[in-house]
Design a protein around this ligand. Structure first.
Ligand code: SF4
Length: 398
């Protein structure tokens, strides 16, 4: 089945009103942690949470109480819908100037496993499996030391020509800042140029943790958190919806997690263009932090639930199945998440850091995972408009 054509006018109108949470229906008996009980009372009254509330969420061992609170917020925002997208990841290069300590993906030019796709190669990849619908290309790479802006414009043009109906969700704020610098343009002018070349939305990578302490230690060459937010705001001002992320589970503190989330909430209040927040659990294998343990499932659920409750003005919270694993992603749908991401087809970044999940899932897999968790699967486009399923759901959802 073909993907319905995107209407650019509609797409540009997407960053819509910012929603806060209504008073939530949270049963008292579900919460055993007194600190959480105080937060639940605020949520029942429709009050916005503060930093101290965020710390209570992030520190609580009462995972079921936290889950009940986040689930109430999730139901208020998105009902029993759980979204997925027919997407493909397209990584154009891993040759990167920044060399972040936590990154297993970057390489120097000429090093083993370094790669750079030409625009023609990217276009050919985009054309693979023409029988399968693609609603979105997720295009991210690196801060390449020698490419000029024309490469990136040609890359967008090649993918656009290959699949004109798919949205190009391309380039994190870190890459956008890099392109602005190499092209000598203000960010907003650069974004307008990329938008004219087909960029329809932006991914939310590169946010990591905004704390300068963490960035100085783990990614000193990367743009600051303040700059990351400025680039996102510039995109929002042009009607380009973007996502936001937090890479957690390395050296950050609970306070730094909460401050990161509150900075995103403030930015969303101001510019209103974030579609989804995606907590990313750190995978230490093959990185400069290999000595660290991976996050536990409980910590993953805690971060998802706390995010849903603190980010009251974010429409969607994503359980990124590549990092969580499909089974925990299913559980996360009951802890505040309402989106599983998508089919992906070929994931490189997390797999170079030792992820053992599949490279991609089929639409039937995603629908089955969602239905088996008791939610209604909804195929969406990059702007969370509902699309008809491309594939009949198996009669046996379990
Ligand atoms: S995280 Fe991004 S910016 Fe940092 S080294 Fe990896 S590819 Fe480069």
């Amino acid at each position: 089945m073909s993907t319905p054509a995107l209407n650019l006018e509609q797409a540009l109108a997407v960053p819509g009103p910012v929603h806060t949470l209504p008073p939530l229906d949270i049963a008292e008996g579900l919460i055993s942690d007194p600190a959480l009980g105080a937060v639940a009372r605020k949520l029942r009254q429709g009050q916005r949470l503060e930093r101290a509330d965020g710390l209570a969420l992030m520190d609580s061992k009462d995972i079921l109480g936290l889950g009940a609170m986040a689930h109430a917020a999730r139901l208020a925002k998105n009902g029993r819908k759980a979204f997925y997208v027919l997407n493909r990841h397209l990584n154009y290069s891993n040759i990167c100037l920044n060399k972040c300590t936590f990154c297993a993906y970057w390489r120097d030019e000429g090093q083993e496993r370094a790669f750079l796709l030409s625009p023609a190669e990217a276009g050919a990849k985009a054309q693979e499996r023409p029988d399968q619908a693609v609603d979105e290309f997720h295009i991210v790479g690196s801060c390449h030391p020698s490419l000029s802006l024309s490469y990136y414009l040609d890359l967008l043009a090649a993918v656009r020509a290959a699949r004109p109906q798919a949205t190009l969700k391309a380039f994190t704020p870190v890459e956008i800042d890099h392109l602005a610098r190499i092209s000598g343009q203000p960010v907003k002018d650069l974004l307008a140029q990329l938008q004219a070349a087909g960029l329809g939305a932006m991914p939310g990578g590169g946010a990591e943790v905004f704390s300068p302490r963490v960035r100085d230690k783990l990614c000193p060459k990367k743009i600051s958190g303040k700059r990351w937010l400025e680039v996102s705001a510039a995109a929002h001002s042009l009607g380009i919806p973007t996502n936001a992320t937090m890479l957690y589970g390395h050296i950050e503190t609970a306070e730094e997690r909460v401050d990161h989330l509150l900075a995103l909430r403030d930015q969303q209040d101001a510019s209103g263009g974030f579609s989804a927040f995606i907590p990313l659990s750190f995978h230490p294998a093959n990185t400069g932090l290999e000595n660290l343990n991976a996050t536990t499932g409980l910590d993953d659920l805690r971060v998802i639930a706390a995010s849903r409750l603190l980010l009251d003005n974010f429409p969607h919270i994503k359980a990124y199945w590549v990092m969580l694993g499909p089974k925990l992603a299913q559980v996360a749908l009951n802890f505040g998440a309402d989106d599983l991401d998508g089919t992906i087809v070929e994931e490189r970044i997390t797999h170079m850091a030792g992820a053992t999940t599949a490279q991609g899932l089929t639409e039937a897999d995603l629908r089955r995972m969602i239905a088996a968790s008791g939610f209604t699967p909804v195929r969406r486009d990059s702007f969370y408009r509902h699309l008809p399923s491309a594939q009949a759901v198996s009669a046996d959802a379990r």
